[in-house]
Design a protein around this ligand. Structure first.
Ligand code: BEZ
Length: 238
């Protein structure tokens, strides 16, 4: 007898074009990622409407939407539920749920209906080992050219850290704008990493530099100061 193969869905990888799709959402139809050209966008999935972890996540994300938008980043959610379930759930959140000081929270970013799982499969959001019927908590950070820049996956039981998602958006933009890398736990105002020396001459120069704004832990690991306000001015729209 032929062995039944477990279906494995591809996932978009960092550095690749975000897969295209058209979808119905709570804010009308969208053409993804074309409609978001020129903006950063976070496409994220949640397992199901009317579930507690997802409700806490949506209230948190919606409460931070202004901050993401000010950093030129739009939010798009998805679950494999239908449109009317999405609408009913978002209405319940606004009308009834008070959580951690958040109340009357209106989710104004689009929430994709994906009952056919077409988009969820395209983005590798279905992980049969975790659930056959619910998407895992996936996050794709996509840049203004439609390129996937960060991918995160969380299981059903683990709510995401939205401060970390915000930090990712700011750090990616800072890295692009200032041609630097960002070290562990970087926040605006912290030192940034300058590209590693690509020749013996540059390595020597770095180690012998008297520049007060740079510090080399060794020839391959040099940081420099990057003023917090300069970072914020370059990224945050007032
Ligand atoms: C939740 O959001 O609470 C949840 C959703 C699916 C499975 C487990 C928890």
């Amino acid at each position: 007898m032929e062995e039944k193969q477990e279906q494995v869905f591809a996932m978009p990888r960092i550095g690749e074009k975000a897969p295209e799709f058209k979808a119905v959402t709570t804010q009308g139809e969208i053409n993804f990622p074309g409609d978001y050209k020129g903006s950063w966008v976070i496409l994220f999935s949640h397992p199901a409407d009317f579930t507690p972890v997802c409700t806490s996540e949506f209230m948190t994300f919606a409460s931070m939407e202004k901050d993401f938008n000010a950093a030129n980043c739009k939010l798009v959610g998805l679950s494999v539920d239908g449109l009317y379930s999405h609408i009913a759930w978002l209405r319940t959140i606004k009308e009834k749920i008070e959580y951690k000081g958040m109340k009357n929270v209106e989710v104004t970013f689009p929430l994709i209906e994906d009952i056919t799982m077409e988009v969820a499969k395209k983005y590798g959001m279905m992980m049969p080992g975790e659930s056959n019927t619910k998407a895992v908590r996936a996050v794709f950070v996509i840049d203004p050219n439609g390129i996937v820049r960060t991918v995160l996956y969380y299981p059903l039981s683990l709510g995401r850290n939205f401060d970390e998602l915000y930090r990712i958006v700011i750090a990616l933009q800072a890295a692009d704008k200032f041609s630097v890398a960002t070290p562990a736990d970087w926040q605006p105002g912290d030192d940034v990493i300058v590209p590693t020396a690509g020749s013996c001459g540059v390595a020597k120069e770095r180690m012998e530099s008297k520049d007060e704004d740079t510090h080399c832990y060794d020839w391959f690991f040099c940081t420099k100061k990057l003023d917090k306000q300069k970072v914020l001015d370059a990224i945050i729209k007032k």
